[in-house]
Design a protein around this ligand. Structure first.
Ligand code: UDX
Length: 449
């Protein structure tokens, strides 16, 4: 953090003593490049982690609500609507323990008009405190969060368009202005800000689904998706980012936010709008399914009893996060075909894998006999590939580009298959070694010249 921000004291509070202890230790609870350095520099100086929630709320001038808002699993809007229970609980706590006026900032991704719900809860504070609610959505992407924080493309702050609202907006602007140029701090009304977050993620995900839909077309026509991405992305009205074809997008945001948008459209009777955005998620499901089916079909139509190495389980590189990771859908499909899975990922821990697989795919040790034996996690990519009939790169970790593929080939069963779900490997070289290669949106060399 730049020196000028030291005058601001930040305290992160959580109900979980375990989480707070981890944040106060040398082993932070999440992997994020650059984060340990920032925490080490600031912790104990002007950054604190604590479970003293009531005291810290009362001491604060500005409170960020940064809780999770997962997709509802039951009740009204199940499977699409975001659950804002945790936001409301925070608001109730703030109303209960505050003895002075405060600015309350919605940092969590929420459905539009959640600020209204927070405002109503806060208005019941019986100590006469005044609260201003702001929306300040988070645009950090995992793996690059610290860079995104230091040099954001924009900071968005939405607030009530009253005099007090504008004053609150100005206060939060002054915090960010310590390191972000003023013209990159956008201020809007509350509802534009809340909606912009969902729309930004929907547009990003839409680009990935668009390019993935073209990858399927490439495979049957002879086009090469990387060449098309380059050609299309060079038009600066379109832009080159987020045009990498993949086995599908994952992560805690894209699917959740689009479904939230779909639900919003539906609840206002905008069925065509809802259908339009739903298609982005459907395309993503299709892409994942297409990949696992391609694997089975290529491997002589059966993977029963065959060892398959999965290189990469996180939803993207430089994170250990497995939420909605495309890898788990591929693994699920292969498990249903009775394959023996060996997974190597440099950051993912086995326990998180089970939790996510149960939460998202409904697969657990209770309902799937021999699950433990069917999936081996390995701390070495070469071990994971030893004796395997195929390997599949499903996360774009840089280290996968530099593995010794000759050594891997020599240790594998033949014919040896390579499935590149991220188009990160040198396919010509793999073919020279002897692999049968399948990559996303890359036509087979035998079929097309
Ligand atoms: C996203 C938004 O980018 C961020 O602004 C928001 O705050 C949170 O949600 P994140 O989920 O961390 O961030 O990852 P992101 O980099 O957006 O990638 C999402 C998924 O899309 C990943 O699975 C990634 O591998 C995939 N992707 C991305 C592609 O398949 N192709 C691409 O070209 C880009």
């Amino acid at each position: 953090m730049p020196v000028c921000v030291i005058k601001i004291r930040v305290c992160v509070v959580d109900l979980s003593q375990k989480q707070i202890d981890a944040w106060n230790s040398d082993k932070l609870p999440i992997y994020e490049p650059g984060l340990p350095e920032v925490v080490q520099e600031c912790r104990g100086r002007n950054l604190f982690f604590s479970t003293s929630i009531d005291e810290e709320i009362d001491m604060a001038d500005i409170i960020f609500i940064s809780v999770n808002t997962p997709t509802k699993t039951q009740g009204i809007g199940a499977g699409r609507a975001a659950n804002i229970k945790n936001c409301e609980l925070c608001a109730r706590k703030i109303a209960e323990v505050s003895n002075s006026n405060k600015i309350v900032v919605e940092k969590s991704t929420v459905p539009v008009r959640t600020a209204e719900a927070i405002r109503r809860v806060l208005s019941y504070s019986d100590k006469g405190c005044k609260f201003q609610v702001l929306s300040n959505p988070e645009f950090l992407a995992e793996g690059t969060a610290i860079d995104d924080l230091m040099a954001p493309s924009r900071v968005l702050i939405g607030g009530e368009q009253s005099e007090e609202g504008k004053k609150a907006i100005a206060t939060l602007v002054s915090v960010y202005a310590n390191w972000v140029p003023k013209d990159q701090i956008l201020t809007t009304n509350l509802w534009s800000s809340e909606l912009s977050k969902l729309v930004a993620n929907a547009f990003l995900a839409q680009r990935v689904s668009s390019i993935n839909s073209i990858s399927a077309l490439c495979e049957v026509t002879g086009g090469d998706i990387s060449e098309i991405s380059r050609a299309v992305g060079s038009d600066d009205r379109i832009g080159s980012k987020f045009l990498k074809a993949s086995v599908g997008f994952g992560g805690s945001c894209f699917q959740k936010d689009i479904l939230n948008l779909v639900y919003l459209c539906e609840s206002f009777g905008l069925h065509e709008c809802a259908e339009y955005w739903k298609q982005v998620v459907d395309m993503n499901d299709y892409q994942k399914k297409r990949f696992s089916m391609k694997m089975v079909k290529s491997m002589l139509n059966t993977v029963t009893g065959k060892k398959i190495a999965i290189l990469g389980y996180a939803f993207k590189k430089d994170t250990g996060d497995v939420r909605e990771t495309p890898s788990q859908f591929i693994v699920r499909d292969l498990l249903l075909e009775n394959a023996l899975i060996h997974i190597y990922d440099p950051q993912v821990c086995r326990e998180d894998m089970w939790i996510e697989m149960d939460y998202t795919c409904g697969i657990n040790k209770g309902n799937t006999p021999r699950l433990e034996e069917s999936i081996t996690t390995s701390d070495d990519p070469y071990k994971a590939c030893e004796g395997a009939h195929a390997f599949a790169t499903l996360t774009e970790w840089d280290e996968f580009k530099d593995l010794d593929y000759q050594r891997i080939f020599d240790s594998m069963a033949k014919p040896a298959f390579a499935f590149d779900g991220r188009n990160i490997l040198d396919h010509d070289k793999l073919r020279q070694i002897g692999f049968e290669v399948y990559a996303i949106g890359k036509p087979s060399k035998e079929e097309f010249l």
